[in-house]
Design a binder for this molecule. Structure first.
Ligand code: DX5
Ligand code: ZN
Length: 219
């Protein structure tokens, strides 16, 4: 089995010393840095925008994994590309108010990896028509908007279905899970086929980032 990647979500970091937090998770073995972008419309919370992503870019050479929980993603994609994103993930729900195929193409054309995601309430079938047009599927294991919510194991069926795609296709997609990931739920996710683990609270609210990251990987 290939190595599981860990993507700490800086949403749970101490923003008064964000640079230091980034250096610490990098030193602790993080693979990517996950940036949660919330606009107060698509989700009921506001986080940060491209200017903060640009600051994060300056502090690390790790890939930046940008998760857009916003309306009209295509309008903002160029700004996140310019800020230094390596992968950009967009929501499939109609409330995200964009042409999903067009936005995925825009992300790839800009040289980034394109991710597609769906809320826990959204049925998996909605994703299928987009297969081949994205590089990573993000399975939300909480309803997006806030860190620190409990993991929803009912979403593992989506992870298994995506893993089944990968078995039958030459072009593999990464399967990422996001929300309520701790060493225990990480194990469940990986057993079901997840390759990338996003974790905010379990890493940044711990006293030993390296230990938690190792435990998330099952080491
Ligand atoms: C949820 C965000 C997640 C969140 C995860 O809206 O997309 O990335 O920060 O946080 P934890 O790990 O605390 O559930
Ligand atoms: Zn996220």
């Amino acid at each position: 089995m290939h190595r599981v990647l860990v993507a700490p979500s800086i949403l749970a970091a101490d923003f008064s010393r964000l640079a230091e937090e980034i250096h610490q998770v990098e030193a602790a073995g993080a693979d990517w840095i996950h940036c949660d972008i919330m606009d107060g419309h698509f989700v009921d919370n506001i986080s940060f925008g491209p200017d903060v992503v640009r600051l994060v870019r300056k502090e690390t050479s790790l890939p930046l994994d940008v998760h857009l929980m916003i309306e009209h993603a295509s309008h903002f994609v160029p700004r996140f590309v310019k800020a230094g994103a390596n992968s950009i993930t967009v929501h499939v729900e109609p409330e995200a108010k964009h042409d999903v195929v067009e936005t995925l193409r825009q992300i790839r054309d800009a040289g980034c990896r394109a991710g597609l995601t769906l809320n826990p309430e959204t049925p998996f079938d909605i994703i299928e028509p987009f297969l081949g047009k994205f590089d990573m599927l993000l399975v939300m294991t909480v309803h997006p908007g806030f860190g620190g919510q409990p993991f929803r194991s009912d979403q593992m069926e989506k992870v298994r279905r995506a893993a089944a795609w990968n078995k039958s296709r030459e072009q593999k997609i990464d399967i990422e899970v996001d929300g309520g990931i701790n060493p225990k739920t990480a194990r469940i996710s990986v057993e079901n086929g997840a390759d990338v683990l996003v974790a905010g609270t379990s890493i940044f609210h711990s006293i030993n980032y390296a230990k938690v990251i190792r435990e998330l990987r099952g080491e």
